[in-house]
Design a protein around this ligand. Structure first.
Ligand SMILES: Nc1nc2c(ncn2[C@@H]2O[C@H](COP(=O)(O)OP(=O)(O)OP(=O)(O)O)[C@@H](O)[C@H]2O)c(=O)[nH]1
Ligand SMILES: [Mg+2]
Length: 601
């Protein structure tokens, strides 16, 4: 059989066998990056499209310049579609006491146990939805069937679905047997009433020949709750025919089933699990039906069926800082420099295919907590080749900040796959991951100073983010309108309306509710504080690029230039560019200081 991937298609080899292909990959990937850049109007360095944007080839391997195969695989999923089934109720039992010298003992069948519920809980320990995406179906336990000697069945175990904080839960579909049941019961009662009416009319016509007329009438309808009963297995045919089933008492579920469609935004940890689907109630044992006329009931009831629903889970990472940059800009290297992350680094575009999250530990509780003052703009713009920049550990001041809010001890950074032009239209790997940017408190735009004009690169990135933000806003508005429309269209009368019905029309609710002004036109992202990480500052010839970028950002801060996204009213309070060399670990502590300042604002 010929090989699936011909040896000539070397472009795939770095992804498959990175360690075997290290030396060749540098050359191949340079051309791949050059092609990618040339296909895109996003600026590329005229002099670096043939030369790689990194001098990392010449550097010895280290934690910040790792070989391409030195990384931790993250099993990450940010979307999952699951079906949850609450547990059905256990059946009631038909049983009679048997003792010596007691031929016909009293009924002693136990009740069935109630079914387990399905809950959801957002917790900090979870970081991904991959386990749920793999499991797909989650079932709470059924209630156990009742037993003889009046032993009730055990309650079914609940299921608590634990999801990461930042998960959005949307109900797509629901099967609620209680609603079906009510409909079925109403239909059966209607048939019963019609039948009774027929009988009454016939009896009125021939008063003393009621029986004769009854025999001409159609078969009486079934008992409305017939399907809910279990009959004694040893029952004879004559007993079956003579059995008269009682009308069942109306029974409510133990827990109130939340009304649909469920839409939860679990952006905070939930100390108590939230109920999604309620378990069915257990069936009644035969002692419940004992009466003077019926001392030995040969039936019990079945357990109620339970709610099941289909849910869509979407994780919007709740990182404090989101790293946004073009492919190969150096985001993962920066994440490694900032945190203990072992994100994959490689000199080719789209090395990162899944978001990576790292935690910057500011205070490991080994010493006193320390205040984190925001440095001045001038300080953050200082030259980077300072010997102290190599370490991530921040020196702690002598005295404590005094009374006030607890100082921040850590923050999280999300490294998402690189954005290309048109990412908001789902080009590259963009749209899947742009939503993680939505939740970040601060955006850090990682710009490769050696890869063309930094200002153009920043504008291109902001354009994508801005367009995405607007698109999301439109989607949300549409969804909101959709949820206020009665799409049933079956002419049935919605609650609270008059008898005329709506004959299949859509009913749009009042849409004149005020909309949060921050949500208009993508401002929910553009209003976030942001700064630029001007990386690869160690490479020659990057100073001028940095100087231009700094000048531009000062102009944006002074409102002489519009915000790079073009969104009106976006955040321009203090647009900084922090020069770093992530590969050497230079300048990372400035990023940490600056970020903490923005987060604490
Ligand atoms: N000289 C130099 N090279 C760097 C620096 N930061 C990253 N690089 C190199 O740039 C290349 C790309 O780095 P990555 O961290 O994988 O870039 P990325 O932005 O995560 O790339 P994608 O995941 O593909 O979007 C690697 O060869 C790094 O060694 C830096 O500060 N200086
Ligand atoms: Mg990366």
């Amino acid at each position: 059989m010929p090989p699936r991937c011909s040896p000539s298609s070397g472009i795939f080899l770095p992804f498959l066998y990175p360690s075997l292909f290290r030396s060749a990959s540098r050359i191949k990937c340079r051309s791949a990056i050059a092609t990618l850049h040339s296909a895109s109007p996003i600026p590329t360095p005229s002099d670096t499209s043939t030369e790689p944007s990194s001098s990392s080839d010449a550097l010895p391997y280290s934690r910040l310049n790792p070989p391409p195969d030195e990384y931790a695989i993250s099993t990450f999923a940010d979307k999952a579609r699951i079906t949850v089934h609450a547990g059905g109720g256990g059946h009631g039992c038909i049983s009679f006491l048997r003792e010596a010298f007691m031929a016909d003992g009293p009924a002693n069948g136990g009740d069935g146990g109630h079914g387990g519920n399905v809950y959801i809980q957002a917790i900090h320990g979870e970081t991904s939805l991959h386990k749920l995406a793999r499991r797909r179906i989650l079932r709470a336990e059924r209630g156990k069937t009742g037993q003889g000697s009046s032993r009730g069945g055990a309650r079914g175990d609940d299921v608590v679905i634990q999801v990461p904080v930042g998960t959005v839960v949307r109900e797509i579909d629901r099967v609620d047997p209680m609603i079906e049941e009510n409909l079925r019961y109403r239909e059966a009662r209607q048939k019963e009433r019609e039948y009774d009416k027929l009988v009454r009319e016939a009896e009125a016509e021939v008063k003393d020949a009621g029986d004769a007329i009854r025999s001409e009438l159609p078969e009486p309808p079934d008992h409305p709750h017939l399907h809910k009963f279990i009959l004694y297995p040893g029952i004879s045919n004559s007993e079956r025919r003579s059995i008269t089933l009682p009308r069942l008492p109306r029974r409510e579920r133990l827990y109130v089933q939340p009304e649909g469609p469920i839409h939860l935004d679990l952006s905070q940890p939930t100390p108590r699990p939230i109920l999604l689907a309620t378990g069915g109630i257990g069936g009644l044992g035969n002692p419940h039906f004992v009466s003077k006329d019926r001392p030995r009931p040969l039936f019990a009831t079945k357990g109620e069926r339970a709610v099941s629903m289909q849910l869509e889970l979407e994780l919007k990472l709740l990182a404090d800082v989101g790293l946004v940059g073009l492919p190969n800009a150096g985001k993962s290297t920066l994440l490694r420099a900032l945190t203990n992350s072992r994100a994959r680094v490689g000199n080719w575009a789209f090395t990162t295919l899944q978001p990576n999250i790292g935690t910057v530990v500011l205070d490991s509780h080994k010493g006193r907590p320390f205040p984190t003052p925001k440095p001045s703009r001038a300080a953050s713009h200082a030259v980077i080749n300072d010997a102290t920049y190599g370490s991530v550990v921040i020196s702690q001041p002598e005295h404590n900040a005094g009374p006030g809010p607890e100082p921040r001890t850590r923050f999280t950074v999300a490294d998402i796959p690189g954005l290309v032009e048109g990412a908001h239209l789902d080009r590259g790997l963009g749209i899947e991951f742009l939503r993680h940017v939505e939740r970040a408190g601060v955006l850090a735009f990682v710009i490769d100073l050696s890869a063309g004009d930094a200002v153009d690169a920043l504008k291109a990135l902001w354009t994508e983010v801005g367009l995405y933000a607007r698109m999301r806003q439109e989607e949300e508005t549409e969804r909101e309108v959709g949820s206020r429309i009665d799409w049933e269209g079956d002419g049935s009368r919605p609650p609270g309306t008059n008898k005329t019905g709506f004959g299949g029309q859509m009913i749009v609710a009042d849409l004149h509710e005020p909309i949060d002004s921050r949500e208009v036109g993508g401002l929910h992202i553009a209003a976030k504080p942001w700064f630029v990480v001007a990386t690869k500052g160690d490479l020659p010839g990057t100073e001028e690029n940095y100087a231009r970028l700094k000048e531009y950002l000062n102009a944006v801060t002074d409102r002489q230039e519009p915000h790079p996204s073009g969104v009106e009213g976006a955040w321009t309070e203090d647009c900084a560019a922090i020069p770093v060399s992530a590969i050497h670990g230079h300048g990372v502590d400035r990023i940490i200081h600056w970020t903490v300042g923005l987060l604490d604002e």
